[in-house]
Write a protein of this length. Structure first.
Length: 268
């Protein structure tokens, strides 16, 4: 189990938002925290602490008036911590290589692969050919509907018909280096994790690493996730961190998850 930090960027600023409130119309979202510092500051902080594998997420679509400002912040973070963070948001087979060249260790993809409610295997195969499985993270962020967790796309606004279940994880695990899974219904609400989803993920016996994000608001939540996930699921904490206006300390989270990366491991 490792702590994986995050830098979420919306309307050109580092923010923590309520995930289910995100809307493309008017570039709106309910905000928990809006940073005064830029994305490079947070990436530099993670670099100083030797934490790798975190994710940078661009929360504006390409059509947004804010997209270029959001992208500029993402590139700023990559420059501050080359090869230390992953990046997602509007990634496809034509721009993925450019983000890797800019310093991302991995690209994170949802909507390019899960389109019109289904998995588009040809797009997934094109991505693998473009960047290699070892540089690809599949974002399986999901919401509950009719008793199952279904993958959602387009900044978590559209349901697919693809459920997060064992056979799907087995199949997709052959194409990526990691899964990133936001529990969207609790993302940013700071009210506890989605335990049923964590149990489902913890019971999967595949080898592909999983990072869970959503709802962590206490150190007890970290303990619960570690137990339900059998110590194999990595954790992201956002709004609850002190650096984003919460109360939890990064150093303590690192101790609880045994996050330790030697300088030599991250090429510094």
């Amino acid at each position: 189990m490792e702590f994986r930090p995050c830098i979420d960027i919306h309307n050109g600023k580092v923010k923590q938002i309520v995930g289910s409130s995100l809307a493309d119309k008017n570039d709106s979202a309910r905000e928990n925290f809006v940073a005064q510092k830029d994305a490079g500051y947070y990436a530099g902080l993670y670099r100083e602490k030797g934490i790798k594998g975190g994710h940078i997420i661009l929360l504006n679509p390409v059509s947004s008036d804010y997209y270029e400002a959001t992208k500029a912040q993402a590139l700023c973070a990559l420059r501050a911590y080359p090869q230390g963070m992953q990046i997602g948001g509007g990634i496809n087979d034509t721009n993925a290589e450019a983000y890797l060249a800019a310093g991302a260790s991995h690209v994170i993809v949802t909507s390019f692969v899960f389109r019109d409610g289904h998995i588009h295997m040809e797009n997934l195969e094109r991505l693998c050919a473009a960047v290699g499985r070892e540089h690809l993270v599949l974002d399986l962020s999901c919401r509950m509907r009719d008793g199952k967790y279904y993958i959602v796309t387009d900044r978590w606004q559209k349901f697919t018909q693809v459920a997060v279940e064992e056979r799907m994880l087995d199949m997709l695990g052959a194409y990526c280096d990691e899964f990133l899974i936001h529990a969207v219904d609790v993302e940013g609400k700071n009210q506890g994790i989605e335990e049923q989803l964590v149990r489902t993920l913890g019971s999967w016996k595949g080898d592909t690493p999983i990072t869970y994000a959503g709802g962590v608001h206490s150190y007890e939540d970290v303990h619960i996730l570690k137990e339900l996930g059998d110590g194999r699921i990595n954790i992201t904490v956002g709004s609850a961190l002190e650096i984003f206006g919460g109360t939890l300390e990064i150093d303590r989270i690192m101790e609880m998850t045994a996050t330790r990366h030697r300088i030599s491991e991250i090429g510094l």
